[in-house]
Design a protein around this ligand. Structure first.
Ligand SMILES: [Zn+2]
Length: 321
């Protein structure tokens, strides 16, 4: 039996913003001052390479924040930034890339631009929230996207990005967003997990661009790999990744089992399933729960285990096949 994920979640003290921390021989971290309930203490930007001199790579320059960019450029003063690696195009990860590239002339890497489906889904969520008389930004902290970012080099799964003294393998890890990439640093057996696996929280899967079946496949694949440390964008490092990933998988599997059990008695809508499964949970959280149930239903539909009428959208009625 896997330990419940809630018992494995990690915390850390807020950082001193603007201060770069050496977290391993090759890795420094600088946290941007954009704390929120989606970003924890803020975006952790990583600098990979020697502490002084030589070449370095930067992973996720972060939000468009002048103080953060200034501190980042200050940290790499006297070094050559050869690569900027982007995990994905949410607004807390990629927007500062333009300023850092302008200052360093580094080459940018990422899976590709912000996905169209994510743009449409974000607009749709805002429309529904306004219709319902709610604050459109209240539960959509990461839903907007950085539609300006286009990587110089579009990477695909298993691509290698090599620098002077560091080597990354790219892992395409859709789920949180379809253009998500994790970067594995061979020299330190470390996986930079972006928002795919985070120590402080489970990951939001905003359907339909976010895909729970892809996400779970991506998690299962991590169990076949040999990295010993995960460094997520938000929150502390995960130094025992295997039990952590197994619990994440078990957590989602348990939720899917609950949905399948509920649908086995009668067809359901998101609203009826949330009312069933989350009866004991504060109603304020039901909207977020609905988003999670929707991701599960779409995963069931995409893998042929459920059908939706009339269309697989948030208003549909779902039936097991
Ligand atoms: Zn994100």
């Amino acid at each position: 039996m896997d330990v419940p994920i809630t018992q494995l979640l990690l915390s850390e003290d807020p950082p001193t913003y603007g201060l770069v921390e050496q977290v391993s021989p090759l890795v420094r971290r600088l946290v941007a001052q954009n704390p929120s309930r989606f970003t924890y203490h803020g975006t952790g930007t990583f600098i990979v390479g020697p502490p002084t001199g030589g070449d370095v790579a930067i992973i996720d320059p972060g939000p468009d924040d002048e103080a953060h960019v200034a501190a980042l450029l200050d940290a790499v003063d006297g070094q050559t930034v050869t690569q900027i690696l982007i995990t994905h195009t949410h607004p807390d990860h990629s927007p500062a890339t333009a300023a850092v590239k302008a200052a360093t002339d580094a080459t940018t890497y990422g899976y590709g631009p912000h996905p169209e489906a994510a743009v449409r889904a974000h607009e749709e969520r805002i429309r529904r929230a306004i219709e319902a008389g709610e604050d459109p930004e209240s539960d959509d902290g990461e839903g907007g996207g950085d539609t300006d970012f286009v990587p110089d080099v579009a990477v695909v799964d298993t691509d290698i990005v090599a620098g002077d003294g560091f080597t990354f393998e790219c892992l395409h890890t859709p789920g949180h967003i379809s253009n998500h990439v994790c970067y594995s640093l061979a020299e330190e057996q470390t996986l930079f997990t972006g928002d795919h696996v985070m120590g402080w929280s489970t990951t939001v899967i905003p359907a339909p661009d976010g895909d729970l079946a892809d996400y779970m496949e991506g998690l299962a694949r991590l169990l076949t790999r040999t990295e010993t440390t995960y460094r997520p964008t938000h929150g502390p490092a995960i130094t025992e990744p295997r039990p952590f990933v197994k619990s994440l998988l078990a957590h989602r599997q348990h939720r899917e089992d609950q949905i399948v059990t509920a649908l086995a008695t009668r067809p359901g809508t998101i609203a009826s399933l949330v009312a069933d499964i989350y009866a004991h949970v504060d109603e304020k959280l039901h909207k977020a729960a609905g988003a999670s149930v929707y991701a599960h239903l779409l995963a069931l539909e995409r893998t042929g285990r459920a059908t939706a009428a009339p269309e697989p959208d948030p208003e549909a009625e779902w039936t097991l096949t």
